[in-house]
Design a protein around this ligand. Sequence first.
Ligand code: ARG
Length: 269
Amino acid sequence: MTRLLMCRPDHYGIYYEINPWMDRRRQADRAVAIRQWEALYRLLTETLGVRVELLPSVPGLPDLCFTANAGLLVKSLFVSSRFRYREREAEVPYFTQWFAERNYRVTCLPEPVFFEGEGDALFCGNDLFAGYRFRSELQAHHLLAELLGLQVYSLELTDPWFYHVDTCFCPLQPGRAAYYPKAFSPASQRVLKEAIPELFPVTEAEAKRLACNALVIGRSVILNADCPHLVRTLAEAGYQVYEVETTEFLKAGGGPKCLALFLDRDESW
Ligand code: ARG
């Protein structure tokens, strides 16, 4: 059974600007954000049978709802994030406490290396695909590979609008992923092509709707609304696609995937 960690956006809003999506003059409507989050939560729990654990929200930490950035959980080891921006640093103790209280082993990469968790590190099969430059650092990937004994493919991000790898890369199953090529350096585009036999490129317009920030649960894919090309590609490839509205989270640079962290994955399909 798939199990995810989420956090209700009770204190969500655009109160600082740490990526190009964020503009304090384009404030998020919190009531709408909560409705959009609840629709996602219900889709996961009621329609898809996912178990969702909830981290309590905290006043003054508007981005805490983006639990994908808590860290990276591999088996029972939680590698906690070290955020690039001071604005998000204060989230760390809430995330680590949640894992420590549930008997996970908690660690972090040595200082001062930045690493922003599942936002910048996604599994495709048994391999980890990790982004660097805007948030996480290349050195974090070497340390992760050593710590976890895993193959880590490092991908250089080139466009500040796609500052986390989960904004431009979406693993669908072993050997298959969707991606927005232009968000990666030419060398990293080659790395992806060599490592993943089936890559579905996403159009620029849909990439800018954060089409790649999709939540994949087995054969079901939860996607931002208004990405018809990717919907068609995925449906033709045999996925069940669910479209959700995340307009308020896009204002912070987030979509469905950012709002969840994988605790357990169901790999039985
Ligand atoms: N405002 C947040 C930030 O800039 C959004 C994080 C989105 N998370 C993600 N996994 N892409 O840090």
